[in-house]
Ligand binder design. Structure first.
Ligand code: BGP
Length: 487
């Protein structure tokens, strides 16, 4: 029997997380092709649907956006200019003592349309420089292959992942980057928040949803293709980089029944099972039987090719990573009022406070998530996103006193320690948006998560200069003491 572990393990991977589309900018430099998020415009708060603005739903809408081109405000095209400032940013991460830095490779930087046979050397060279800079400071890159950055061409030509051909394009991309970076990158993730297509088919799977007849059929077929692509990427990763570890990534939705009425429990369980469907396939290697009923009742028939089930079963992931921001409440009564989050709605929980964006803050929910996921799968877990999106104020002397962020992180990290004491195997923690970046859900710059402030507003005005917030030194101390000193 292994010993009781009451502190963070020795080799715990502390760090921060980002994604190319929210960070890099330089959307048309270095031979990069357009990606899906390059086409998402900033929409002011009052005009947003369901609290977010990220879907493009039809060919017509996409063509209108392409015609507008440089006219509009497309914040993800400019990011925070990491493309040109990565050295300065990585030096700041090193100063905080990061052990790891999560970033994604922009697929269209390597294959501009997604269909080329030969990669774009300039794109590959850019990530070489970034990885070298990280390794110079002893920071392990943790790389997501696909974080909402599908080449736009594959949306136009294939309606995204609905087309089986995209599996081969993706595997070719994955193999290319595994071969190129095999000596530099030992931690990989396949698809960011693989379950997001349920809420945003365009961002998750590159689907223009108005172009298909049976929407759910299209989404689940696309997801099947992504599962197969992910398993083939796991296989390739193990063959090309035998000492690497590769994980899946889930937006974990922890959900409570509103009361002890069994109807509420069934409602919560249904949401929970749907959330865990994704990791069941990627960790256990097969479709769970509870999905049969859902597929039958919603006229969904997954088309599988011979060999698909084998590849899923034979190549599960090495670890399970997830994002965690909030929890939800479920009721058996469909009329109950819904609270708005990014993609998810739910009933207000009277025991919790919420962020300025209505996300219900729940540190203990993180411990619950860790315990449940570990109980179910018994594989190492990795929290690769967590944090507080908030408005920050720059004082006259330039200081930024983000005590609210420190409180949020402290409480969550404390619950991680509790979960470790409960026996959970946790590999690491990368706080989301360690440097302020463009919001995924709203394309705002003013929704900030970082320890490092970036001088830019929602319209791209500002010097892009970086400065340290109060949380910078706090996180530095957390890492230096391996999570012992959270004060
Ligand atoms: C997750 C995404 C991230 C990130 C985060 C915060 O869903 O994986 O890319 O942005 O949410 O969301 P937002 O930026 O909308 O606040």
């Amino acid at each position: 029997m292994s010993k009781l572990q009451t502190t963070f393990p020795e080799n715990f991977l502390w760090g921060g997380a980002t994604a190319a589309n929210q960070l890099e900018g330089a959307y048309n430099e270095g031979g990069k092709g357009l990606s899906i998020f390059d086409m998402v415009e900033f929409v002011p708060k009052e005009e947003r649907v369901n609290g977010h603005a990220m879907d493009v739903t039809s060919k017509r809408e996409l063509e209108a956006l392409l015609a507008r081109d440089t006219d509009g405000n497309f914040p993800k095209r400019r990011g925070i200019d990491f493309y040109h400032r990565y050295k300065e940013d990585i030096a700041l991460f090193a100063e905080m003592g990061f052990k790891t830095f999560r970033l994604s490779i922009s697929w269209p930087r390597i294959f501009p349309t997604g269909t080329e046979l030969e990669p774009n050397e300039e794109g590959l060279a850019f990530y070489d420089k970034v990885f070298d800079e990280l390794l110079k400071y002893g920071i392990e890159p943790l790389v997501t292959l696909s974080h909402y950055e599908m080449p736009l061409h594959l949306v136009q030509e294939n309606n995204g992942w609905t087309d089986r051909k995209v599996v081969d394009y993706f595997v070719h991309y994955a193999e290319t980057v595994f071969k190129r970076y095999k000596d530099k990158v030992k931690y990989w993730l396949t698809f960011n928040e693989i379950n997001i297509s349920m809420f945003s088919p365009y961002i998750g799977s590159g689907i223009l949803i108005d172009e298909v007849e049976n929407k759910e059929q299209a989404v689940f077929q696309a997801l099947h293709h992504q599962f197969v692509a992910s398993a083939r990427a796991v296989k390739a990763c193990h063959e090309i980089i035998p000492d690497a570890q590769i994980g899946c990534m889930l937006a974990r939705l922890e959900v409570y029944p509103e009361t002890c009425n069994p109807d509420d429990t069934i409602a919560a369980l249904d949401i929970d099972q749907m959330n865990l469907f994704f990791t069941d396939v990627q960790v256990r290697g097969y479709y769970p039987s509870f999905m049969n009923r859902y597929f039958a009742e919603n006229n969904i028939e997954i088309e599988m090719l011979p060999g698909d089930e084998e590849i899923l079963l034979q190549h599960p992931v090495d670890f399970l990573s997830f994002s965690y921001y909030m929890t939800m409440v479920a009721s058996g009564d469909p009329e109950k009022k819904k609270e708005k989050g990014n993609f998810f709605s739910g009933i207000q929980n009277p025991y919790l406070r919420a962020s300025d964006w209505g996300w219900q803050i729940d540190p203990k929910g993180l411990r619950i998530a860790l315990k449940k996921l570990y109980d179910r799968y018994q594989v190492p877990l990795f929290i690769v996103e967590n944090g507080l999106g908030a408005y920050d104020t720059v004082e006259e002397d330039g200081s930024i006193n983000d005590d609210y962020r420190i409180d949020y992180l402290r409480e969550h990290i404390d619950q991680m320690r509790e979960a470790i004491t409960d026996g959970v195997e946790l590999m690491g923690y990368t706080s989301w948006g360690c440097i302020d970046l463009i919001s995924a859900g709203t394309s705002e710059m003013s929704k900030r998560y970082g320890f490092i402030y970036v001088d830019q507003d929602d319209y791209g005005n500002g010097t892009f200069a970086r400065s340290k917030k109060k949380s910078f030194d706090w996180y530095k101390k957390v890492i230096a003491t391996n999570g012992k000193d959270l004060d």
